[in-house]
Design a protein around this ligand. Structure first.
Ligand SMILES: [Mg+2]
Length: 173
């Protein structure tokens, strides 16, 4: 079994400027990701979100608010694609807490790999932060970084999701 792991903010939805997405009305899809999800699904990848959400740990939002936003995302995906993400992994631990789950630590990825009996080297993790690529590498999965990064920062580095769409057919095989 193989999976496409996805960071949430900056990959599935537009990042809130220096803030957390606290309510569903703040959740805006990055349109190109829908085609990426569709292609990966067609190629047999499980779709698994892996997201740091320390806004909960900081007390800036509640666990319920976080779940409402994620439920909204899943409902929207069901409506637009006919299916939602297969699993969601979220870490609300604070940076500096020594958490083994919070990215760049690979804990959430390792849980997902074990739960779904995945072959790490057949999996990809797409993110927009160096910590995504570091977590992916530590879990033995291949990595994609979207944004301005040195070419060696991940298995694949591209500037934009739009650009990634043009090469995804060579990656998700
Ligand atoms: Mg992100």
């Amino acid at each position: 079994m193989k999976a496409l792991f996805l960071d949430r903010d900056g990959i599935i939805n537009v990042k809130a400027d220096g803030d957390y997405i606290k309510v569903a009305s703040e959740f805006v899809f990055i349109d190109e990701i829908l085609n990426v999800l569709k292609h990966a699904k067609e190629m047999g990848y499980l779709l698994i979100m892996v997201s740091n959400q320390q806004g909960v740990g900081k007390g800036l939002m509640t666990q319920n608010q976080l779940e409402d936003v994620n439920n909204f995302m899943q409902e929207q995906l069901r409506g637009r694609l006919g299916y939602a993400l297969d699993e969601l992994y979220v870490c609300t631990d604070l940076e500096g807490s020594g958490s083994t789950r919070r990215k760049p630590a690979p804990g959430m990825l390792i849980e997902a790999i074990e739960n779904n009996v995945l072959t790490p080297s057949a999996c990809w993790f797409i993110g927009d932060n160096l910590s995504d690529a570091l977590a992916g590498r530590a879990a033995g999965v291949q990595t994609i970084l979207i944004g301005e990064f040195p070419p060696t920062a991940a298995t694949v580095v591209v500037e934009s999701m739009l650009q990634f769409r043009t090469i995804m057919h060579r990656i998700f095989i």
